[in-house]
Design a protein around this ligand. Sequence first.
Ligand code: BT5
Length: 285
Amino acid sequence: MMWIEDLRQTCRDRLIGNEIFFFSEIDSTNREAHDRARGGAREGTGAREGTVILADFQSRGKGRRGRSWESPPGANLYLSIILRPPICSSHAPQITLLAGVAAARALSGVSGLECLVKWPNDIFLRGKKLAGILAEMEGEGSKVRFVILGIGVNVNWRREDFPADLGVTATSLHAESGKEISRAAAAAGLFRELEKEYTAFLREGFSARLREEWNRLSWINGKQVTLSSPEGTLSGQALGLDTDGALLLLDGEGKTRRFIAGDVSLRRMDNDENGTQINTDEHRF
Ligand code: BT5
């Protein structure tokens, strides 16, 4: 496909996208990236950092917790990036947050529309899900061996082609702008912003600047949300990120509560600006 060649040209001197493996059809780019990151016994250490697996169609696109990602051909971006950050496993979830900031910025840039982050792994546009992030880590002791950063973006998906169950909750750049958007340009912008945030993260860790940027782009800050975690559910006002990336919530008694690693889910019961009700989203940080 032509657009892959354009993308390869744009990214050939960069860290992210230096090597791009393209599949017209695959089960899941995260699965493929995982296998390549591990490498076979004979290949030694596995694929290098920044390697991208990109597909036109996924037959078993993955969401979190066994959920699936709708991945029709010819319209969208499904990609996975191999990262090898020298960090503690406990900090790996911060990569989802930095990727959210990078993706929101890149997708706003390419579409001219306001794309926002929703804790911990969604990109929202006009109150609907535009993109999802699935970061899967493999550890070695307490350190990260590699992270597979998977991102699915609805780019040129026509609204009339959405499956019925996503009709209300999902959107695409085309559905909101009415314009065909170049997948090569969207991917190139995404890789550029990701590389910027990722290299800053390697230098500075999860910095105050990154946290403020996330908060500025947050779709939920200031809103009433309900979070479900293994300890139960809690409704409150989303205050934004704590210094480590945990979500802060102001409960009914005026106490600030932290939500961090483990099985945290988020449920929104109030109506968003468009009057759509979204009450079954689940999230794990
Ligand atoms: C996510 O999961 O949002 C992570 C999605 C990651 C997909 C990428 S594509 C490239 C890479 N390779 C993979 O195999 N996966 C990654 P989660 O937060 O669990 O959300 C999943 C839920 O989003 C589903 O249960 C649906 O409700 C909804 N959904 C499914 N497909 C969608 C789509 N194309 N657009 C918007 N929402 C969708």
